[in-house]
Design a protein around this ligand. Structure first.
Ligand code: OSB
Ligand code: MG
Length: 377
């Protein structure tokens, strides 16, 4: 199994943080709410070597995760950035070690680690994909479709994505918006690769209802129960035929190992932000691969920065299921990188240039920046 090796240390003189507001192409609705503008933090390392870019994938409100953008900004400015800057020179694995004393805040830590990884790998002239152990030059692309007004609107939305070539459809479900929309998509499009994501909207008392989804031959049922309900997920997995996949519950490689041991996860969604960074994400991948548990790359409506890094991660050998790494235009009219990710023949390209392999478009990022702060050592 590939383990990311050495990459040069980065001399950190400062960190630039920005809050961006990116208007979404269409509203994105989940069981926990509707987003029309993506609020996200982008970071840049400042120092003698190449600039490194990272993204903190929190949302505006703490509804998917306990983390949220203003909280991530505060913990980064007040605690995480000063600790990193005090260290002065850091290698990518140093970031998680230095930040380990601060409990939680994994998305904030992941964004900082990505910026240091990018700076380090740009200096070394090595792509993030190669560094993490990618074995593919392109990855199949799936799309996560939000809850729509009614089944007809959902069928129209899914039809549009299928026409573009997306290889797998995920639909968001919630109580009262589950069996009928899923049936409508299955009946409209036949045998397409289809899965559903509940974002913790159910309890074990809903097991019989969730078992009604079995008849639709779904690839998986994602995170039906609460983040901390591993035992209930294991119980539910015995009551439904659809494979149970965990997202919110998998906060580390240890959590993945525990979930697999308990029988709570037949499949794992890996998001670097949720597990504290791309290096931990590789360890989650390794744990799952050793256990024969398929993984796929989740998404957090990333800008071109995080989207490039996600494509690199999704190119690792254990990512045998199609992930939520869509083209940039699934979410954004104007991305903040010079070459936004596109869909070709149902796939996205894994960037091969140094670091994350994409360049930030300074005019585009300036146009959507609503707050900016530079922290110096
Ligand atoms: O549960 O996978 C999720 C977006 C925000 C928060 C949680 C989730 C999602 C998605 C979006 O499903 C996937 C994407 O970025 O394409
Ligand atoms: Mg999910």
């Amino acid at each position: 199994m590939h383990t990311p090796g050495e990459s040069p240390s980065v001399a950190l003189d400062g960190l630039e943080l920005r809050v961006l507001h990116l208007p979404l192409v269409s509203p994105f609705t989940t069981s926990f709410g509707t987003e029309t503008v993506r609020e996200v933090i982008v970071l840049r390392t400042l120092g003698s070597g190449a600039d490194g870019w990272g993204e903190i994938v929190t949302q505006n409100a703490p509804l998917y995760s306990s983390e949220y953008t203003q909280g991530a900004w505060d913990v980064t400015v007040r605690w995480l950035a000063p600790a990193l800057l005090a260290a002065g020179t850091v290698s990518p694995p140093d970031v998680a070690r230095i930040l380990a004393p601060f409990v939680g805040h994994r998305m904030a830590k992941a964004g900082l680690e990505l910026a240091v990884l990018d700076a380090s790998l740009r200096t070394a002239g090595v792509s993030l994909a190669r560094h993490l152990g990618a074995v593919r030059e392109r990855v199949p692309s799936g799309v996560s479709v939000g809850i729509q007004a009614d089944p007809a609107a959902l069928v129209a939305a899914v039809g549009g994505y299928l026409a573009q070539g997306y290889e797998r459809i995920k639909i968001k479900i919630a109580p009262g918006r589950d069996v009928a929309p899923t049936r409508a998509v299955r009946e409209a499009f036949g045998d397409i690769p289809l899965q559903v994501d509940a974002n913790s909207a159910y309890t074990l008392a809903d097991a019989a209802l969730l078992a009604e989804l079995d008849r639709f031959d779904l690839l998986l049922l994602e995170q039906p129960l609460a983040e901390d309900d591993l035992v209930d997920h294991a119980q539910l997995a015995r009551l439904v035929r659809t494979p149970v996949c965990l997202d919110e519950s998998i906060t580390s490689a240890k959590a993945a190992a525990d979930a697999i041991d308990l029988g709570a996860a037949a499949i794992v969604n890996i998001k670097a932000g949720r597990v504290g960074g791309y290096l931990e994400a590789v360890r989650v991948h390794d744990v799952c691969r050793a256990a024969g548990v398929p993984v796929w790359c989740g998404g957090m409506l990333e800008t071109g920065i995080g989207r490039a890094a996600n494509a690199a991660l999704a190119a690792l050998p254990g990512f045998t299921l199609t992930g939520d790494v869509s083209a940039s235009d699934r979410f954004y009219h104007r991305d903040i990188v010079t070459e936004p990710m596109t869909l070709t023949d149902g796939h996205v390209r894994v960037p091969s240039g140094p670091g994350i392999g994409v360049e930030v478009d300074e005019a585009a990022i300036d146009a959507v920046t609503v707050a900016r702060e530079v922290i110096r050592r």
